[in-house]
Write a protein that binds this ligand. Structure first.
Ligand code: PMP
Length: 359
């Protein structure tokens, strides 16, 4: 197999460049839902713009949206901080909780932005071991002396929902060490079964409108944090983004008002897509843990030796983009597939990947 190894973000840029040059690419690499933003959100945003209410807003977020989120989460509005995407908030949380040289632990495999943010902030990233055969469970003791334990639940890239006992144990273990737990719940609403509510004095949760409400490019997320951390995060917003565009927040309010219908509909789509992808992957000789949520499958194949080179070669020769497993903590024989296409397209593309691997 030819092809140069390639990083996650580099590959995403290459896909866009190929598309601009007129090449058709089946994009299974980036976590775009490929579902339109709900109409109610678009209308609410446009209505706000038409009212010419486009000045700066408060750095904590619009009071109306904070209140709606507080009701959704069963907390006080003062614990809610709105940000331009949950990525921005995760970065902010790490920057306010840690100082240079501090350790941040997170279970493997992990979303590449965690280690990149640690690098940017001068923090030590401590990736905790896990494996497919144990369904990606991790051992909280492996956090060692980390200041922050960052847990993605459901997990990007495997779509695993960790057992409740494991998360509660991790929160307790971190509390004993005086560490915070950050729960990244960007995919929470896409879980096929309800995820328990987690909380505590040392717990910060982060959620996003990107995947739950197909608002990736709008940039809207929020954190639920103890008041002292929330205040620091608001200050972080003041220094950086100032505020999230108020018309975007207005769209968020509309989504929350129609949450149950929107999420029921999208979970249905993710179930169909995930089932189709799992069947096709198994038929092509891949191994993976059954996803507990949309929107990814993280799968290994005996013929993949260097997933970076494989992803590059698959893109160049077959016009199919997948994310290399190396980017999620060095998983050289794994690829991550975002199942963001209709079932038929997924079946065809995965079948094509299988045949490509056998050549
Ligand atoms: N957390 C995880 C695990 C993600 O995969 C993503 C996006 N891919 C985010 C957070 C960030 O989402 P956003 O900034 O769009 O809210």
């Amino acid at each position: 197999m030819s092809g140069e190894s390639m990083g996650f973000y580099e590959l995403a840029e290459k896909v866009l460049a190929l598309e601009r040059s007129g090449k058709k690419v089946v994009r299974l690499n980036v976590g775009d839902t490929n579902i339109p933003t709900p109409e109610c959100a678009v209308e609410a945003a446009v209505a706000r713009l038409r009212r010419s209410k486009s000045g700066y807003g408060p750095s904590a977020g619009l009071p109306e949206l904070r209140q709606k989120i507080a009701e959704r989460e069963g907390c006080d509005a003062k614990n809610v901080v709105i940000g331009p995407g949950s990525k921005h908030l995760l970065y902010g949380i790490m920057s306010v909780l840690c100082g240079r040289g501090d350790k941040v632990a997170f279970p493997s495999p992990y979303w590449p932005a965690y280690s990149l943010a640690c690098g940017q902030l001068g923090l030590k990233a401590n990736a905790m071991d896990a494996n497919l055969d144990a369904k990606w469970d991790f051992n909280p003791a492996d956090m060692e002396k980390a200041k922050v334990l960052l847990i993605c639940n459901p997990l990007n890239p495997t779509s695993t929902v960790y057992p409740e006992k494991l998360i509660r144990g991790a929160i307790g273990a971190a509390a004993d060490k005086g560490a915070h737990v950050v729960l990244d719940e960007a995919y929470r609403g896409l879980a096929f079964n309800e995820i328990p509510e987690y909380g505590g004095d040392n717990v910060i949760r982060v959620r996003s409108f990107s995947k739950e409400f197909s608002m990736e490019g709008w940039r809207l997320g929020y954190a639920i944090a103890p008041e002292d951390v929330a205040k620091k995060l608001i200050a972080f917003n003041q220094i950086t983004a100032t505020c999230v565009a108020p018309f975007v927040q207005e769209a968020g309010i509309a989504c929350l008002e129609n949450e149950s219908e929107i999420l029921a509909e999208s979970r249905k789509a993710w179930r169909l897509r995930t089932d189709a992808a799992q069947k096709a992957l198994a038929e092509s000789g891949f191994r993976f843990a059954r996803p507990d949520a949309g929107i990814y499958v993280f799968a290994t194949h005996p013929a993949i030796r260097d997933s970076g080179a494989f992803a590059m070669s698959l893109l160049e020769k077959e016009g199919i983009a997948v994310a290399p497993g190396t980017e999620f903590g060095g998983y050289k024989t794994f690829i991550r597939i975002c199942v963001n296409q209709p079932e038929g397209t997924l079946r065809d593309a995965i079948g094509q990947i299988g045949r490509f691997l056998m050549r």
